[in-house]
Design a protein around this ligand. Structure first.
Ligand code: C2E
Ligand code: CA
Ligand code: CA
Length: 764
């Protein structure tokens, strides 16, 4: 903005100066033009004086002719005696010849010719117009000087006031050339003569043809020249120079004009140099004024411009700017205030208020700076997330959670070396920027962090220990820090998926895994519509009777690419993006329809259905279940809802309510994958459940492993104590069947009986 003001100031000053100097130079120009007129008048004076001189010269010659013509001797017009007299006169004059003529045009010349002069112009003037004398225009005479034009000076011979004859004297034009060549102005000016018709009478340049008109001299002209008795005009000469012509009439002639031609540049050379000098002076002063204005405006506005620049950069988010506080005026004070405010903002912008460690924004800037300043170090981004942080929050509220995070941050911070960073990423996640010589060394450090977090913390008198999911990735200097963070985050997600309390290094494989997940996700969206999803059923057999007592419903996906993908993986993906809700409803509906068909022939057979944690969280799940049972019309007691142990034990108070609601509908409930989670016995006894399903991993292991065998036996005893029936999963061999029978297990399920199949392919 202030740059604009500075610019405007300069423009205003420049315009004002230009106007002042414009007026000034116009005035000077006017004065100089007046001088020009004076200069021209000077040339006019010369021309007039020289023209007068010429006319006097002519007059002199004319006087001679006059004297002869008026001698008494001439009155007789006795040609015989006059001619020798005239010839004798020629020796003492410039005349080249003389002629005496009678009124009838008969004439005799001193060079012995007898001619008729009626066609000559002087004949008409003297005899017809009764003029006393006449000067002819120059012409080439057949009798004289072939290459030199001549003029004739004629006088009337009178007897008692009557013209009885005519005397002609012939002069070459040379005498005029002598006069005009005297008129010279160095190299730039010369004189010449034209007659009343504009034909050249005399010219100093022998190349110029006499008797031709003035266009031999004047190449270009805007006006009709020689119109007045005297005057001036400008023209372009044959050398393409701008010429000034000043002319004046030569009296006693047929309106001959003496012309003085001068090169304008030369004529006004002094004037022009004065004008150039003034112009240069004006331009220099003008430029100096503008430069001065610019410098002045700069010194005045520079501090303001700098301060605005600082404001602007800060506004754009560059908080590293510092305002100049050395200026000794209000601007310095403003700079001080701004810097203080910026410190405040920096604190608010770059520090996480909960943990008092830098925030993510600060991390990005600092990591970027570190990589630039120490390019030889190998850096690693480490993302750490607290497993089950919700649990910590629910233990003691948000204050407790915040305090935990703060201590966690302090703990991480205490392990850092120079040129390393810590920041709060978001939520329960912290992010580190470490350097190490190789990946194994970072892994060791991260492992140590995991171990440190496992040690008990004391927060508000409560002892807790933290389990961390950690992802780390090496930062290549040519890549953006954010890319490395993204990679480390993907590795952390993998760590979470693997169950937490683990550190995962980012490798390209993770990226492909993620890509595949995304592909599966988008394919899954179309799966229901394309009828690619369908249920299969696996029989559950009563060990006492060895008869099928029911079926577990399991999902399958008939997809050209992913049909072999474990359905567990697909379900995890569907759970991550809530597609499981819709898929779950579809499979629930299918299972109840199947149960309806089944009960028509086998009224006591049960159909079990897997329900995931996310499905259970859906507030409409219970309503939907109730509605389907009622609309399709099945006995709810023949429907068993299977919940995994970890689903049931997460947020138990809520789960208790959910389970009671399911129970209220009349459905049976089974705890799936029993033994893999951490069941609290206290809760287990309060849950309204009917079966536990021992996870297949125990069934597989128990044949070769005594402790596992013991464990399976205890689980069955425990279940019986709680009045629950036991289903053993993954039973594949007769030996397993026998052992389970010996433990008192009620039911078995597994490949020993049948693979999960479409209902029409099953025998029961
Ligand atoms: P689950 O509920 O524990 O289901 C039993 C799993 O054991 C099934 O795997 C089944 O095919 C497999 N199985 C049965 N007998 C044997 C055996 O003798 N040996 C071995 N090795 N495996 C056996 P499946 O079908 O791949 O399902 C995996 C998991 O996916 C299920 O574990 C269940 O948690 C989930 N699931 C399957 N269908 C659904 C569904 O419709 N909804 C929900 N929410 N989860 C489902
Ligand atoms: Ca199951
Ligand atoms: Ca299971």
């Amino acid at each position: 903005m202030f740059k604009k003001i500075r610019f405007q100031m300069i423009i205003v000053i420049a315009i004002v100066s230009i106007v002042i100097f414009g007026v000034l130079s116009m005035t000077i120009e006017k004065k100089l033009n007046e001088l020009k007129i004076h200069e021209r008048n000077f040339y006019s004076e010369i021309t007039r004086a020289r023209a007068d001189e010429l006319s006097k010269e002519l007059q002199g010659h004319l006087n001679k002719v006059h004297m002869v013509a008026h001698s008494d001797f001439m009155e007789s017009m006795d040609v015989e005696s006059i001619l020798p007299f005239l010839s004798s006169l020629l020796n003492h004059s410039d005349f080249k010849g003389m002629t005496i003529a009678q009124p009838d045009g008969q004439a005799w010349t001193t060079y012995g010719a007898h001619i008729d002069i009626r066609a000559q112009e002087q004949f008409a003037k003297i005899f017809e117009q009764n003029k006393l004398y006449a000067i002819s225009n120059p012409f080439y005479s057949p009798y004289f000087y072939d290459d030199v034009p001549i003029i004739t000076l004629s006088y009337a011979i009178q007897r008692e006031n009557t013209t009885v004859g005519l005397l002609n004297a012939v002069l070459t034009t040379r005498f005029m050339e002598t006069i005009i060549s005297d008129i010279q102005f160095d190299s730039y000016g010369y004189a010449w003569i034209v007659d009343g018709n504009g034909r050249i009478v005399a010219h100093p340049d022998p190349e110029i043809d006499i008797i031709h008109d003035y266009t031999k001299v004047i190449k270009e002209i805007d006006v009709q020249p020689f119109t007045a008795g005297s005057g001036f005009f400008n023209y372009v000469g044959y050398n393409d120079e701008n010429m000034l012509a000043v002319y004046s009439t030569i009296h006693n002639t047929n309106s001959w004009k003496l012309v003085i031609s001068v090169q304008e540049s030369q004529a006004f050379s002094q004037l022009i140099s004065v004008m150039n000098y003034i112009d240069t002076a004006i331009i220099i002063s003008l430029l100096s004024l503008i430069v001065f204005a610019f410098i002045y405006a700069r010194t005045l506005t520079n501090p303001i411009v700098k301060l605005t620049e600082v404001f602007r950069r800060a506004e754009k988010g560059d908080l590293s700017v510092v305002a100049d506080t050395t200026i000794q005026n209000e601007l310095g004070v403003a700079g001080h205030g701004f810097n203080r405010m910026l410190d405040e903002i920096k604190n608010l912008t770059f520090v996480d208020p909960v943990t008092q460690v830098p925030n993510y924004r600060s991390y990005l800037l600092d990591a970027d700076r570190l990589t630039r300043e120490h390019p030889t170090k190998q850096y690693y981004v480490v993302v750490l997330s607290v497993d089950d942080f919700k649990k910590i929050n629910s233990m003691g509220g948000y204050g407790f959670g915040n305090e935990t995070l703060k201590q966690f941050a302090d703990l991480l911070g205490s392990t850092l070396y120079a040129y390393e960073l810590i920041a709060r990423y978001f939520g329960d996640e912290m992010i580190l920027f470490l350097h190490a010589e190789n990946q194994e060394l970072v892994r060791l450090r991260v492992q140590r962090l995991l171990a440190l977090a496992q040690r008990p913390f004391k927060i508000m008198d409560i002892e807790i220990h933290l389990s961390l999911s950690c992802g780390f990735a090496s930062h290549e200097s040519e890549q953006e820090v954010e890319t490395t963070i993204h990679n480390a985050t993907l590795a952390k997600l993998k760590a979470k998926k693997l169950g937490g309390n683990i550190a995962v290094f980012f490798e390209d494989g993770i990226q492909q895994e993620i890509k595949k997940e995304q592909d599966i996700e988008s394919e899954l969206f179309k799966a229901i519509e394309k009828k690619e999803l369908y249920p299969v059923y696996q029989p559950i057999v009563d060990l006492k009777t060895m008869q099928v007592s029911g079926f577990e419903t399991l999902l399958r996906w008939n997809h050209p690419l992913y049909y072999q993908e474990s359905i567990q993986t697909i379900i995890t993906i569907a759970e991550n993006n809530s597609q499981i809700i819709e898929i779950g409803r579809y499979i629930l509906n299918e299972a109840i329809l199947e149960l309806k068909r089944l009960n028509q022939t086998h009224p006591d057979m049960v159909v079990a259905l897997n329900v995931s944690a996310l499905q259970l969280k859906d507030t409409h799940f219970i309503t939907f279940l109730k509605n389907r049972i009622k609309v399709i019309g099945v006995n709810p007691e023949n429907l068993c809802i299977e919940l995994t142990e970890s689903t049931a034990m997460d947020d138990v108070e809520v789960k208790l309510m959910d389970l009671h609601q399911i129970k209220a509908i009349g459905c049976k409930i089974a705890i799936d994958d029993f033994g893999t989670g951490y069941s609290s016995l206290a809760y287990l006894s309060r849950f309204p459940i009917d079966h536990i399903k021992i996870d297949k991993s125990f069934v597989h292991k128990m044949m070769n492993d005594e402790p596992t065998r013991q464990l399976v036996s205890s689980m069955i005893t425990l279940a019986h104590n709680l009045k629950l029936e036991v289903v053993a999963e993954g039973v594949e061999t007769l030996e397993q069947v026998d052992l389970l029978k010996s433990f008192g297990c009620e039911m078995i399920q597994g490949y020993y009986i049948s693979q999960p199949k479409r209902m029409e392919d099953l025998e029961y």
